[in-house]
Design a protein around this ligand. Structure first.
Ligand code: ADP
Ligand code: MG
Length: 244
């Protein structure tokens, strides 16, 4: 087993004539938590979406846990199973109960039995503190609870990596803490995580490394105490002055 969990090399992405990612090189180690910060439009979501090939790169390579996803011979659906993703909008199936939200992909994609998938689902609901909501419908839950269900759903696929794209940005402030708490617990358990966030306190406390992106490139990266606490680049300072 390699110690590199996510490897991006020479990654570029354009939409028509708009170059959104420019020649990005990034290695995320097994168990590492990397927070990505930067202004709106800097390419953070596109970077995340390239990791599981939701966006197809214009150039470069993407590998996850030793499998190159950009290799045309790779079984993409198989490789994607190892990459969990949580979005700003929770994207739960509104017509399915919480438990069904957690079992449907396990059964369809992983071929697990009803019993097995429900067992895994309940373990993960317990982990995010929502055991008692198994039979609820998503609309009956708060935004923070829905986001925790979305995290439990991703975890039920036993991902090797978790990608979070501004998971708390759509939440009322009083609900943010519970979601960040679940993410912090995952980090403590050794999950490899790539997290786009504006929660600087979370980044400071939980990230092993912070990346500052601007204009489709990584401008600065390092331990949070350096990148957030004592940034070297003018662009990082300007950004932080606006968000802190
Ligand atoms: P961020 O997440 O940092 O706000 P994004 O990765 O969402 O940035 O977007 C980076 C740039 O790419 C923006 O200019 C955005 O408008 C553009 N972009 C993103 N997705 C698409 C798309 N599917 N088609 C065209 N342009 C896009
Ligand atoms: Mg974004």
């Amino acid at each position: 087993m390699s110690d590199v969990m996510i490897e991006l090399s020479g990654l570029s992405k354009s939409f028509g004539s708009l170059e959104v990612l420019r020649d990005i090189d990034l290695q995320v180690e097994r168990g590492e938590v990397v927070c990505v910060i930067g202004p709106s439009g800097s390419g953070k979501s596109t970077l995340l979406r390239c990791v599981n090939l939701l966006e197809v790169p214009s150039a470069g390579k993407v590998s996850v846990d030793g499998t190159e996803l950009t290799d045309p011979d790779t079984d993409l659906d198989g490789a994607r199973r190892h990459v969990g993703m949580v979005f700003q909008q929770f994207n739960l199936f509104s017509h399915l109960s919480v438990l069904e939200n957690l079992t449907v992909a396990q059964r369809k994609v992983l071929g697990r039995s009803k019993e097995e998938s429900e067992k895994v689902a309940k373990e993960n609901l317990d982990k995010v503190g929502l055991s008692e909501k198994a039979d609820s419908m998503p609309a009956q839950l708060s935004g923070g609870q829905q986001q925790r269900v979305a995290i439990a759903r991703a975890l039920s696929m036993n991902p090797h990596v978790m990608l979070f794209d501004e998971p708390t940005s759509a939440l009322d402030p009083e609900l943010v803490g519970d979601v960040l708490g679940v993410m912090r617990q995952l980090a403590d358990e050794g999950m490899t995580m790539l997290v786009v966030t504006h929660e600087m306190q979370f980044a400071r406390e939980v990230a092993d490394r912070v990346l500052f992106m601007d204009g489709g490139g990584i401008i600065e990266q390092g331990p949070p105490a350096e990148v957030i606490g004592n940034p070297k680049e003018e662009r990082t300072r300007t950004f932080l002055a606006r968000v802190l």
